[in-house]
Design a protein around this ligand. Structure first.
Ligand code: C2E
Ligand code: CA
Ligand code: CA
Ligand code: CA
Length: 280
């Protein structure tokens, strides 16, 4: 038994070592990624349920790793948050997103809101509203000229006393605020009352089971009606099937997003979609 115990211990510590090494590698790689232009934003359309028009694009981060190829954000955002690199990455995302929104504008596209994902860490570390104001300035845009939105995960938000202040400042810049992954945390309802919020995004975890799970249906229906009662908009993410779309339409969800409507796209692919959309 003693032998066994030692083996288990050795196994765990080598796992911990491996993940520690992996973290260091990711951290070092991310620093290089920022310098070496290995980051890219993909864009996923958001579609109005009634008109069928594209009313927004969500910017989603990708990392072109020199050895590993295309890396998805779930593999590195956590490390970026722990190491504080998220601030610099976040600034890059803001700059790049605003720049692309300006370019699309200049090309005559109406893409509605450009949504970027913001880590609660960026709110905690101050400077989010400055970075956004600066970015609007860099693109020679008066505040409000770009329809910009930020998506913030509900977890952590509530525990930050100055969230309300930061979000209010963003709103004063003309930025819309969405709560991401809504329903997956524990603080949902009180958050809605406390914070200046424009849009709720229903997490794909609920959308996934809509066709066959009556609990997911009930929760989704309740979230939509509650959001509307509070005067906010509601977006459902992760819509993959006609059945899911049908249920969301019946419940009067405002906007839908997901593989059924379009996957996250490169700039040139997204531009193509905007061209086709314009031509009807
Ligand atoms: P999220 O904001 O909840 O984004 C939704 C995720 O679902 C995205 O994964 C998207 O590609 C994926 N998705 C879209 N449609 C569908 C669908 O129909 N079915 C399924 N199964 N998935 C779908 P992605 O791009 O890997 O991003 C993962 C998470 O990484 C995001 O979750 C967000 O929390 C974070 N993230 C992405 N970009 C950024 C960024 O620029 N900054 C920060 N701080 N976080 C980011
Ligand atoms: Ca999001
Ligand atoms: Ca989500
Ligand atoms: Ca998320």
């Amino acid at each position: 038994a003693k032998q066994q115990g030692r083996k288990t211990h050795a196994f765990y510590s080598s796992e911990i070592m491996a993940s520690a090494v992996e973290r260091v590698l990711i951290e070092r790689g991310l620093r290089e990624a920022l310098i070496g232009q290995q980051l890219e934003l993909y864009y996923q359309p958001q579609v109005d349920m009634v008109s069928g028009h594209i009313v927004g694009m969500e910017a989603l981060l990708r990392w072109h790793h020199p050895e590993r190829g295309l890396v998805q954000p779930d593999a590195f955002i956590g490390v970026a948050e722990e190491t504080g690199l998220i601030s610099e990455i976040g600034r890059w995302v803001i700059q790049q997103g605003c720049r692309q929104a300006r370019l699309w504008r200049e090309q005559g596209f109406t893409l509605g809101y450009l949504w970027i994902n913001v880590s609660p860490r960026q709110i905690l570390h101050n400077g989010l509203e400055d970075a956004i104001a600066q970015s609007l300035k860099d693109n020679q845009l008066p505040s409000g000229a770009i329809q910009l939105g930020v998506e913030i995960t509900e977890s952590l938000l509530q525990s930050m006393p100055h969230s309300t202040e930061v979000l209010s400042k963003l709103r004063a810049l003309g930025v819309r605020i969405a709560i991401d992954d809504f329903g997956t945390g524990f603080s949902s309802l009180s958050l809605l009352k406390q914070l200046p919020i424009d849009v709720i995004k229903i997490d794909k975890m609920f959308v996934r089971h809509l066709a066959f799970d009556s609990d997911s249906q009930a929760i989704t229906a309740a979230m939509i009606s509650m959001t509307h009662t509070l005067g906010m908009g509601v977006v459902a993410e992760g819509v993959e099937t006609i059945e899911q779309l049908g249920f969301l339409r019946e419940q009067r969800c405002d906007v839908v997003q997901g593989f059924l409507l379009g996957a996250p796209l490169t700039v040139s692919q997204a531009t193509q979609v905007l061209i086709e959309h314009r031509e009807g």
